[in-house]
Design a protein. Sequence first.
Lengths: 252, 252
Amino acid sequence: MTPEQAVERLRAAGLAASAAETVVAHLVEADDAGKHGHGMTRIPWLEGLLEEERDPSARPERIERTEGFERWHGRGALGHLTLAAICDALAADPPDRARLVVAESCFPTGVLGSWARRIAEIGLVAVVTATSPRRLPHPSGGPPLTGTNPIAIAVPSSDGRPFVADVSMGAVTHGDVLAGRARPDELVPFGGPQAHKAFALAAGLELLVGALAGPEPGAVVLATRPGFDPVPGFRDLAGGRRLPGDSGRRRG
Amino acid sequence: MTPEQAVERLRAAGLAASAAETVVAHLVEADDAGKHGHGMTRIPWLEGLLEEERDPSARPERIERTEGFERWHGRGALGHLTLAAICDALAADPPDRARLVVAESCFPTGVLGSWARRIAEIGLVAVVTATSPRRLPHPSGGPPLTGTNPIAIAVPSSDGRPFVADVSMGAVTHGDVLAGRARPDELVPFGGPQAHKAFALAAGLELLVGALAGPEPGAVVLATRPGFDPVPGFRDLAGGRRLPGDSGRRRG
């Protein structure tokens, strides 16, 4: 499927042209990063969401705004559109020092590292996390308690190559399960014998986002102005080793 | 060693009485939580730090302050004192919505979960992270690139039992190595075959703190007011399973 065809399909599902282009640009970026589970293969799933759960005509709304804090509500729009609007707002009016942005009803969110990278590209350190349907159980078993709850951290660099980490707490992705690349019982916190650590992170992010954004899947973005430039020195220290977010990166 | 004896030893190392009591209260709390590597066994190590590297008479200083952002500098004090001062300042004047607090020159920081819990006990959601000397290599080998870089997330609860996750990115702790409970080559990012995930988190936190707090080990605290109360429902869903931060907890 070409990007143009993908835009056409999302427009046929009810999205306005600019919204469809925003979503497809994100899918193309995911494919370019090798994250095909979040790429163009998602079009049929997004069409289903727009038909059954999300509102194609909805627009995210900023419902609270101070220098250091904003609250947004997705109003039923695809989460990509809420995160894109948050990134645009940060670019248009960046914080002097730091701003926490809470997004209620923000699902799906796509590849968090892409949003974090956009924020780093305007010169801000970014932390982006989001909840999603509960899929990960406690390491001792039982029902799913948390989403895969990724967190992305992006740090600008004077060498023009931001550092971008993007880590999901699942040993495999839900997309892997849907595509038959992993068994459902493999969708557990990562870490094997130390899965209690990834579970603690997943639960912490679940409750952090839940306490700020409420019971629906949501997102939290922290954007802050760096005072130092640690990335080039870190790359030097790492020698030629591939760092998170470098091109040819694998999924974190 | 009793807490009184520990206070005496730190006073003999040059700390003022109130500072010694603050540090020892933190060590006692670590022991109570079963985190003995951060407990009273650290007294000789702290005495050495106060003799060689940290300044017993130093007091942390708040050097920048707005509603949504503060910057502190340890001025050579033990990091415990800087984090205790930050917690006290948050309790005295909590943010309306959110505040990011950056602490330069903040080492050692002890058990981050204890600081996060203190902030949750005043009704705020807390995220606390800190850097420490580089000890973890890239999963493919090479020199140490990051500290063990723990992150703690604490969320208040209407049932009076805050949720507290506290996760270090190392498979073992530096304390385990010092105590002979682990080999130096076991001090790597946790996760075994998925250690690239813990490394990405460790590197992300290294560069996040480095970009905000500079080249010395530092700390970053986010404190924000919850709008929702997700912890009781999460406990219900988990049934009787032990959650991070519950008493009898093991190290995350």
